[in-house]
Write a protein that binds this ligand. Structure first.
Ligand SMILES: O=C([O-])CC(=O)C(=O)O
Ligand SMILES: [Mg+2]
Length: 588
């Protein structure tokens, strides 16, 4: 026996087989058992008694029925009461709300995930707006900073330089088969918090929880990985609780070879159709890794491509509020790294697709400012390669306010990783030049946001259309309530991933990102627009993800990059039917 299906007798096999995981049988065919036997160095046995209760995938706590307790040697191991999952959920939400410190809520949720996985996902799905900021941005940032101190159980796979030459063996140690999504970081640029080394693990863990909760990928098909090549963070190197290698980062050829071994091992162990999401790598590696592996693997960089796709969706939606086409805007970015240049490139591509103008031309509507000022042609020689396409003809401008005054953008986007850089002067200049300035402060977590929602609304006298990477509460200004949108890539990657997996995609293409953006933009309702929103609320995110997945899958089929045939007639229905449900299963 190898598959999760076989581990426990279970009444509702249908649920088990739904999922992109039923997906297991769809994607891997009936070969899974064989595949398992080939790659697994151990045998799974049927769990019962206390072992069953200690396995978070199967534990139901007080929700085990008397019949189940009887059949699985649990009688007496639990107090007599039998609770429903709904009552358990209410109790846990009540308990969570007692904690006032976000990190305590984070730790309580991580404990739940390790104790009772289905209940964890039920909470997350049913209370997404309340819990997203806890398991994800911004609290996950603080968790990574303190990961060494709060570390209890490894939640993903750690691959350090010590494992050089043995990465394939390390992958085989991971207990689950049928992996469909890997989120990997090397911890060098965690959100806008910089190099957190091995403690970046919180990010792949958090992203993958959202793959399941928001995108319906089975938890057991998700693999968080942290590659530890050292850290240049002296504070961590001096910290006795630091969990990673205490050495400075490997770079250059040593780094490239290690990552190459990893990427080859992943393909060898999981095949062509495993999705590898690169997350929070530093600029100097992120672009190279993406371009190197996008022709041989199913890879996606969330910070470059996911962020680009979510921002483009907001801009497409905003056309309705602003009454302007994308091509009629002038865009200015503060920050010319992964997010900035990634978004800029996708906007240029979209305008080019819409107008037929060559991308070299459409890029000219887009300007970027980095730490040295406006990116202009006279700086070209000294610019990193990913900034060069944005070096347009203009005299040098030394800072953001100078650039706002010179370029007069209609859209201002912050991707600098530096907080409080959209000053009052900058926002006021945007409001002077535009009836409705579109301002996106995308850097995470909240402390790194270029400005707060309150600042954007107050300084623009309530005229800004504002979105941010980290969540902000509604703002009262002049008797009116403003709802800031959260332009975070978590709108995109769960649905995109689902679409790639359900179609059996073998490569990611920009057209799939455009398809994701269009699907997301189409979910914004008149009511949302009336509230000043350019994104739909998260409360409906599973449906949104299913729609994104369907559009991405359709594009994948159209491009001839889908390997799961035949194509389902109704891709939205198919996406929905693939999604993992956290409702408990009955054990026979
Ligand atoms: O994790 C988030 O909230 C968004 C993101 O990818 C980043 O800031 O690096
Ligand atoms: Mg990221």
């Amino acid at each position: 026996m190898g598959s999760a299906l076989a581990e426990l007798p279970c009444d509702d096999v249908a649920d088990n087989r739904s999922g992109v995981g039923g997906g297991i049988s769809d994607v891997y065919g009936e070969d899974l058992a064989t595949l398992d036997q080939l790659v697994t160095p151990w045998v799974t046995s049927v769990a019962s008694g206390s072992t069953l209760m200690r396995d978070p995938r199967y534990n139901k706590g007080l929700a085990f029925t008397d019949k189940e307790r009887d059949a699985h040697y649990l009688t007496g191991l639990l107090p007599p009461v039998v609770l429903t999952q709904d009552v358990q959920e209410r109790k846990l939400m009540h308990n969570l709300r007692q904690y006032t410190v976000p990190l305590q809520r984070y730790m309580a949720l991580m404990d739940l995930q390790e104790r009772n996985e289905r209940l964890f996902y039920k909470l997350l799905i049913d209370n997404v707006e309340e819990l997203l900021p806890v398991v994800y941005t911004p609290t996950v940032g603080e968790a990574c900073q303190k990961y060494g101190s709060i570390f209890r159980k490894p939640q993903g796979l750690y691959i350090s330089l010590k494992e050089k030459g043995k990465i394939l063996e390390v992958l085989k140690n991971w207990p689950q088969r049928g992996i469909q999504v890997i989120v990997v970081t090397d911890g060098e640029r965690i959100l806008g918090l910089g190099d957190l080394g091995c403690q970046g693990m919180g990010i792949p863990v958090g992203k993958l929880s959202l793959y399941t909760a928001l995108g319906g990928i089975r938890p057991s098909a998700c693999l968080p990985i942290t590659i530890d090549v050292g850290t240049n963070n002296q504070k961590l190197l001096n910290d006795e609780f630091y969990i990673g290698l205490k050495q400075r980062r490997a770079t250059g050829q040593e780094y490239a070879e290690f990552l190459h071994e990893f990427m080859c091992a992943v393909k060898q162990n999981y095949g062509e159709k495993v999705l590898v999401q690169f997350e929070d790598f530093a600029n100097h590696n992120a672009f190279d890794l993406l371009s190197k592996y996008s022709t041989t693997h199913l890879v996606f960089n969330d910070d470059i491509q996911g962020t680009a796709s979510v921002v483009l969706a907001g801009l497409i939606a905003a056309q309705k509020v602003l009454g302007k086409k994308l091509a009629d805007h002038t865009f200015l970015f503060l920050g010319a790294g992964e997010a900035g240049t990634g978004i800029a490139e996708l906007i240029a591509l979209k305008i080019s697709r819409e107008t037929g103008a060559p991308i070299d031309e459409t890029r000219k509507k887009i300007w970027l400012v980095d730490s040295k000022g406006l990116i202009v042609s006279s700086r070209k020689e000294s610019l990193q390669h990913f900034k060069q396409p944005w070096a347009h003809e203009h005299e040098p401008v030394k800072d953001l306010i100078g650039a706002v005054n010179a370029i007069k953008p209609t859209v201002l986007i912050g991707t600098s990783g530096v907080g409080q850089t959209f000053t009052k002067e900058v926002v006021e200049a945007m409001a002077t030049n535009n009836e409705k300035p579109l301002i996106l402060a995308l850097s995470n977590p909240t402390s790194q946001a270029e400005c707060t929602a309150e600042q954007a609304y107050t300084w623009s006298k309530g005229r800004a259309i504002f979105g941010s990477g980290s969540p902000f509460d509604p703002v009262e200004y002049n008797g009116k309530t403003y709802l800031p949108g959260q332009a975070n890539n978590c709108y995109i990657f769960p649905g995109l991933g689902l679409g790639l997996i359900m179609s059996g995609a073998i490569r990611v293409r920009d057209d799939m990102l455009l398809a994701a953006s269009e699907a997301l933009a189409a979910q914004v309702t008149e009511e949302n627009f009336a509230n000043g929103l350019i994104y739909p609320p998260f409360s409906n995110i599973r449906q949104i993800s299913a729609n994104i997945a369907a559009n991405v899958a359709a594009k994948t089929y159209d491009l001839g990059l889908a390997s799961n045939l035949p194509r389902a007639a109704d891709l939205v229905k198919f996406a929905e039917s693939c999604m993992y449900s956290p409702v408990y299963r009955n054990y026979r």
